[in-house]
Design a protein around this ligand. Structure first.
Ligand code: SF4
Length: 245
């Protein structure tokens, strides 16, 4: 079934467009099998961040934007070493924060976002404790975090998936590319639509595994150019792969 299939163009009635899309791909794209095949190829990843402080993770995810994993880890460690508490970040001069996180890139923007976030969290909670999010339904927790200025759906989803183990699905450029090729999301859709579809189709408990293995798959086989479809473990479910076989 292609992204332009007439079946997908029907008016979804009372269901949301994302619900309708998710239901329409369920038969042809059994995500449970796709997850299983990727786990056979790349292993079943273990979430080593579960239990991390939620705000620590949120800041770490902000620092990871537009830089490598190694660089963002170094920047986060430098931040925690220079400022042992979030109060200390708020008390510091903004320029001191900027200099501390400069190795991670986009330091001016990230420093402004982090300080504004810390101010908002303290104002709403009276502390920096966001642990109550762990007990929230996933969609509610995403909406809550995305309500902070500077926190988008991907940042919220990463934080909640990694630190809280909630079933929410973060999408990055590489994951978008693979999901479009497979046909799990439309060729053109908003970030929000894609998140809503994926949160509906990924089996419970498999969000972390699928997220990590799609990144591995995007690096190894489903590359931006010349994907190696002939070696792909999910080619039988992939619209793009089927056109090449
Ligand atoms: S079949 Fe090709 S395009 Fe499809 S997921 Fe596999 S590598 Fe990517």
């Amino acid at each position: 079934m292609s992204a332009s299939s007439p079946r997908r163009k029907k008016t979804p009635g009372s269901e949301s467009a994302a619900e309708f899309w998710a239901a329409s791909v369920a038969d042809e794209k059994p995500v449970g099998y796709i997850v299983q095949n990727l786990e056979r190829a790349y292993g079943e990843p273990v979430n080593k961040w579960t239990g991390w402080d939620v705000l620590d993770m949120l800041v770490a995810v902000i620092l990871s934007q537009a830089t490598s994993d190694a660089n963002s880890d170094r920047t986060y460690d430098a931040l925690k070493k220079r400022f042992p508490t979030w109060d200390a970040v708020l008390r510091a001069r903004e320029q001191t924060l900027v200099e501390t996180i400069r190795p991670g890139g986009l330091a001016n923007q990230k420093a402004a976002v982090i300080r504004e976030l810390l101010r908002q969290v303290r104002e709403r909670h009276g502390s920096f404790d966001l642990s109550s999010l762990r007990a929230m339904p996933a969609a509610e927790a995403v909406a809550y975090l995305a309500g902070f200025r500077g926190v988008g759906p991907k940042t919220a989803a990463c934080t909640l998936l990694f630190a809280c183990g909630l079933d929410v699905f973060p999408l990055d450029t590489h994951i978008f590319r693979i999901l479009r090729r497979v046909g799990l999301i439309p060729a053109k859709c908003s970030d929000r639509f894609a998140h809503e579809v994926m949160n509906r189709v990924v089996p419970a408990g498999k969000f972390y595994s699928f997220h990590v293995n799609l990144i591995r798959h995007g690096r190894k086989l489903c590359r931006p150019r010349d994907p190696l479809c002939e070696r792909c473990p999910v080619v039988e479910y992939c619209d793009y792969g089927q056109t090449r076989s």
